[in-house]
Design a protein around this ligand. Structure first.
Ligand code: UDP
Length: 328
């Protein structure tokens, strides 16, 4: 009998790529999503498969899955600052109540559970690059607090189940990841810049553009997550690409990639926007034998091809009104 895996957030960006990977690896995949930020378009190609099933469910409420479960991957959560402003309570609930429900399910099924944590647990970091030992610099009541603190609570309760109930758990701290199926209007920097280039608008750099990020291509991220799940390491592991770049340089790269004739314009820096971010991936290298393989030029090209292939009306879907609050 095939091994059975439950993937929450299955219709989202990372969740859908994980569903692809696990179906390819020969698992029976149960995808779950409440479709608040996810889209069925991301998993439509999997629906006809005999070994894929989809459950439309909000995991903040009791989660029932019949039959055995070998693994649970918890990837349900809004994951962009715009989404946190739009749906702050759901963001807190899915990371806290949702995680609690899934840990209970994992115990009942004797399943191994991997949770998607984030570089946001480091907040606006005072240690650079960020190692797993760094405790972080997080504002609990700022605009990102609903996400950051939910994810920090998620790590705490997962470790508690690990030590108290002896549950097999894994914690991945995901750094900025990009690739096909990102939402064009979620406010994240890559879809924002590419969308602006495709619509013939200027590219909006927040602040002076000197803040840094390090972008990891989705296939590399999925490989790291897969290896971590199959490892026997229960403490958090950073998965990301250490190739760091300023947001101003990133805008220039997008201008070159898209060939847009528009220019860069500057907008106010959102509150608590981290000034620098780069993963230290020594642990992932040593424990998982993992490091990223796709460089940014190649990864951006594949991502741009995806955005270009979207129907034109998607390009003009209005951003949420909270976007204005985000940058003013
Ligand atoms: N950013 C920007 N212009 C935009 C959207 C984002 O300059 O139109 C900046 C944002 O202020 C941040 C960086 O790009 O410094 C990455 O933002 P994103 O929301 O993608 O991710 P996060 O801040 O969570 O890493």
């Amino acid at each position: 009998m095939k091994e059975r895996v439950l993937i929450t957030g299955a219709a989202g960006f990372l969740g859908s790529h994980l569903c692809d990977r696990f179906t390819k690896e020969g698992f029976h995949v149960i995808g779950m999503d409440n479709l608040i930020t996810g889209s069925m378009n991301n998993i439509a190609h999997l629906m006809p498969l005999e070994h894929f099933e989809f459950h439309h469910h909000d995991i903040s409420k009791f989660v029932h899955v019949s039959g055995k479960l070998d693994y649970i991957l918890h990837f349900a959560s809004p994951a962009s600052p715009i989404d946190y402003l739009k749906i702050p309570i759901q963001t807190l609930k899915v990371g806290s109540l949702g995680t609690h429900n899934l840990l209970g399910l994992a115990r009942a099924k004797s399943a191994r559970m991997l949770i998607a944590s984030t570089s946001e647990v480091y907040g606006d970091p005072l240690v650079h690059p960020q190692t797993e030992e760094y405790y972080g610099n997080v504002n609990p009541i700022g605009p990102r607090g609903v996400y950051d603190e939910a994810k920090r609570f998620q790590e705490a309760i997962t470790m508690a189940y690990h030590t108290y109930h002896k549950l097999e758990t894994r914690i991945v701290r995901i750094f900025n990841t990009y690739g096909p199926r990102m939402r064009l209007n979620d406010g994240r920097v890559l879809p924002a810049f590419v969308g602006q280039a495709l619509r013939g608008e200027d590219l909006t750099v927040f602040g002076d553009g000197s803040q840094t990020r390090s972008f990891c291509y989705v296939n590399d991220q999925v490989e790291g997550i897969f290896r971590l799940l199959m490892s026997d390491y229960a403490l958090p592991v950073n998965i990301g690409n250490p190739d760091e770049i300023t947001i101003a340089q990133f805008a220039e790269e997008i201008i070159k990639l898209t060939g847009t004739t528009q220019k860069v314009i500057y907008k106010p820096l959102p509150k608590d926007d981290p000034m620098q971010r780069q993963p230290n991936i020594t642990k992932a290298k040593e424990i998982l034998g993992w490091e990223p393989k796709v460089d940014r030029t190649e990864g951006l090209k594949m991502t741009y091809d995806f955005f270009k292939s979207l129907p034109e009306e998607k390009l003009y879907k209005k951003e949420h009104k909270s976007f204005k609050n985000y940058i003013s």
